[in-house]
Design a protein. Structure first.
Length: 254
């Protein structure tokens, strides 16, 4: 199934299940048991929002050998993670705002995993049964802030407002996280194009590892790392990320 979060001209944010060009409204988040209200709206009348409202966004760093190497880093022996502020979330079509024209701000295209039920101390072989679905995320990163903060971590450089575009939908079927092709274009030029089969630590291992450390709750989002090809964006750019079965996440840069 395909779920979205949206607004129309006359209402607060709502959840819905998309069937072709019709949205069937839900009374809550699908991963929290939201049920149909019986109301429908045409897709053409809605503005899409990020299809999740997580309590936390957990990001995996350096999960592809070639991406680690392109930034001069060694690949980690165990999953490396950091937290990104949920207030950084934006939806399709919303603008990524770079702090200033001189800032070095990179795109990072990623498959995002959305948790469907409370997950704590779960074995790797059971981990995927806790997944509700998948979406696309852009782990936008201020490299200047990361470099300046050094040992203090990635929090500031990753958590500026608008630094987590996400969408266009939350998809629950037809996605094999072990072999998803991720493509990112900047102004129609392909800059990232690789499969999740190149991950150092695959999704079941990531989720099991995280669940030994923290409790993952329904709606929490895990960004699984970015392949090689990160680069700097500037005002006026259009960043588009495509994953088959999920769609295309497009965001302008201002």
């Amino acid at each position: 199934m395909r779920y979205i979060r949206f607004v129309t001209d006359d209402a607060a944010p709502r959840w819905g299940r998309q069937v072709d060009e019709v949205v069937h409204e839900l009374d809550g988040a699908p991963y929290e048991g939201g049920r149909p209200t019986g109301r429908t709206v045409p897709m053409g009348s809605v503005q899409l929002l990020a299809p999740v409202a997580p309590s936390k966004i957990v990001c995996i760093g350096r999960n592809y050998h070639e991406h680690a190497a392109e930034l001069g880093n060694a690949a980690p022996e165990r999953p490396m993670f950091f937290l990104k502020a949920p207030s950084a979330l934006i939806g399709p079509g919303e603008a990524i705002q770079v702090p200033d024209r001189e800032a070095t701000v990179h795109w990072e295209a990623e498959l995002a995993v959305v948790i469907g039920k409370r997950m704590k101390n779960v074995a790797e072989e059971e981990a995927l049964s806790y997944v509700f679905g998948y979406t696309i995320a852009n782990d936008v990163s201020n490299r200047d802030a990361q470099k300046a903060d050094g040992a203090f971590g990635f929090g500031r450089g990753k958590s500026y407002d608008t630094f987590c575009p996400c969408g266009p939908a939350l998809v629950t079927e037809g996605i094999d996280p072990s072999d998803v092709h991720i493509t990112l274009t900047c102004n129609d030029e392909v800059r990232q194009s690789d499969s999740t089969r190149l991950m150092i630590h695959p999704v079941p291992k990531l989720l099991s590892y995280l669940s030994q450390i923290m409790t993952l709750m329904p709606g929490d989002m895990v960004l699984t790392g970015t392949p090689k090809g990160v680069g700097a964006m500037k005002p006026g750019d259009l960043i588009e990320i495509h994953i088959p079965g999920i769609g295309t996440l497009a965001n302008p840069v201002i």
